[in-house]
Write a protein that binds this ligand. Structure first.
Ligand code: GAL
Length: 395
C-alpha cells in the first residue's frame, strides 16, 4: 500500500471508529460512503480540580461523523473532530488534556461564559437605581474592566450534568445555580446549557436561565477553532464571512464607545469572504491597533431573535467549512491575538500567536452601561432562552 493510500485507509478507520461506522471494515471511504453509523454518548473521568472536585468527560459521537469531548468543568468542549474533504478527522479546537491546563491558563478555551460574556466597563453597572461592583480581572490598554463574568466565571465551575439522546441526536445537559451576589451580580440565577450533536454534523447549544432579581445575562461559548487542526499553525489563511454591516467600535480598553460603525470600506468588512490575514495588520486603523488585530463585536443583520446565519468560515487546503447560526444580535470575532507559543497544544507541541479564532455569539459588550444597545437585563418571571449552532461540512 503506498503511503497516501495507507493514510487514507487509516483516516477512514478513524472516521469509522469515531462515527461508530460498522459497515466500512477499514475500506477507504468518504464520510458519505460509511453507511449507517450509530450515535452514542459515553461518560468517563477527566481528572480533578485543584480543590479535589471530580471532573467528568462526555464523548459524543454523532451519526454524521463529527465527534466531540466535553467536560462538566466550565461546561466546555475539550476536543472536536471533524472530517476534511477526504474524510480524514482532525481535532479542530484548542484546549487541554488536563483540568490543570484550564485552571492555570486563563484563555477560556471551549468554555461556557457567564454571567456576562465579554467586557463591562470599570467593573460597574447601575440597574434600577442601584450601582453594582463586580471584579475587574482584565486591563487592556491599562484600563481595568470585568471580562467574561469576573475572577471566577461560569467557565470555572463544575456543572451538574446528564446525558441525552433524541433519535439520532446525542447531547449533554449542564445545569448550575449562580447564587445571589455571585461575583457581585444581583439575583440567584439558575442556568442550563444543552449541547446537542446532531446527525447532520451540527453542534447546537441551547441556553436557558431564570433569576429571582433583575440581573444582566449574556451567555456564550468561547470555543477556538483552527481548521488545520489544533497546534497546527495559524488561522490567518481561513476565509471568514460575517453577516454584519456594522460593528461596535471600542476605546483603548476594548470597551464599546456606544456607536455603530459601518464596516464598508474598512478592514472590518467581511460581508464577502476575506482571508483573516489579508487585513489583520492594517497599519493606519485605530480599531485594529486597539484590538491588536480583530477582537471586536459585529452587529448582525439578523436582529429578530430567530435563528439565522451569522458567520461562515472556510479553509481551502482541508476543505473544512463551518456556518455559525444564532438567535443572538452580535458576534465577537477574536483572532487569537493573546495566544503565544508558551501555551501547550493537546497533541504535544505548542500553540502560536493567532493559532485559533473565536466566533462568540452574544449581546454587545458593556451592554449594561449602554442603554442604546439591545437589553441584557433578565427579570424575575422571564425566561432567558437562546440558541447557537456550529454547522460543519466540507467544500
Ligand atoms: C475574547 C475577548 C478577548 C480576549 C479573549 C480571551 O472574548 O474579546 O479580548 O480577552 O476573549 O483571551
Amino acid at each position: 500500500m503506498n503511503s497516501v493510500v495507507r493514510d487514507l485507509a487509516l483516516a477512514c478507520v478513524t472516521v469509522a471508529t469515531l462515527a461508530g461506522c460498522t459497515t466500512n471494515k477499514g475500506r477507504c471511504c468518504k464520510m458519505s460512503e460509511c453507511g449507517k453509523s450509530k450515535a452514542s454518548v459515553t461518560v468517563s473521568p477527566f481528572g480533578k480540580t485543584k480543590t479535589g472536585l471530580e471532573v467528568k468527560q462526555f464523548h459524543l459521537v454523532g451519526a454524521g461523523g463529527v465527534a466531540m469531548d466535553v467536560i462538566d468543568y466550565g461546561a466546555r468542549v475539550v476536543r472536536l473532530w471533524t472530517p476534511d474533504r477526504d474524510g480524514k478527522l482532525a481535532d479542530i479546537t484548542l484546549g487541554f488534556n488536563q483540568v490543570s491546563g484550564y485552571e492555570d491558563i486563563d484563555l477560556y478555551f471551549g468554555s461556557t461564559i457567564g454571567r456576562f460574556g465579554n467586557r463591562i466597563r470599570d467593573g460597574k453597572f447601575t440597574l434600577d437605581g442601584v450601582t453594582y461592583t463586580i471584579p475587574c480581572n482584565n486591563d487592556p490598554g491599562g484600563i481595568p474592566c470585568t471580562l467574561h463574568g469576573g475572577t471566577s466565571g461560569f467557565n470555572d465551575r463544575v456543572w451538574d450534568s446528564r446525558t441525552l439522546t433524541n433519535g439520532d441526536d446525542v447531547g449533554v445537559e449542564f445545569t448550575m445555580t449562580s447564587p445571589d451576589g455571585d461575583q457581585g451580580y444581583p439575583g440567584k440565577l439558575d442556568v442550563k446549557v444543552t449541547y446537542w450533536l446532531t446527525a447532520k454534523n451540527v453542534w447546537r447549544l441551547e441556553y436557558e436561565a431564570k433569576t429571582d432579581k433583575a440581573t444582566p445575562v449574556n451567555l456564550t461559548n468561547h470555543v477556538y477553532f483552527n481548521f488545520h487542526g489544533e497546534g497546527n499553525g495559524t488561522i490567518l489563511d481561513h476565509e471568514l464571512t460575517l453577516f454584519a454591516d456594522y460593528m461596535t467600535p471600542v476605546n483603548a480598553g476594548l470597551i464599546p464607545t456606544g456607536d455603530l460603525a459601518p464596516v464598508k470600506g474598512t478592514p472590518f468588512d467581511f460581508t464577502s469572504p476575506w482571508k483573516i490575514g489579508d487585513r489583520v495588520n492594517t497599519k493606519d486603523n485605530e480599531q485594529i491597533k486597539f484590538g491588536g488585530g480583530y477582537d471586536h463585536n459585529w452587529v448582525l443583520r439578523n436582529q429578530s431573535g430567530k435563528l439565522a446565519a451569522a458567520a461562515a468560515l472556510y479553509e481551502k487546503t482541508s476543505g473544512r467549512y463551518m456556518e455559525v447560526w444564532t438567535e443572538e444580535p452580535g458576534i465577537q470575532f477574536y483572532c487569537g491575538n493573546f495566544l503565544t507559543d508558551s501555551v501547550p497544544s493537546k497533541s504535544g507541541g505548542h500553540l502560536t500567536f493567532r493559532g485559533g479564532l473565536a466566533l462568540e455569539t452574544q449581546h454587545y459588550p458593556d451592554s449594561p452601561n449602554k442603554s442604546s444597545f439591545p437589553s441584557v437585563i433578565l427579570r424575575p418571571g422571564q425566561l432567558y432562552k437562546t440558541a447557537t449552532e456550529y454547522r460543519f461540512s466540507t467544500r
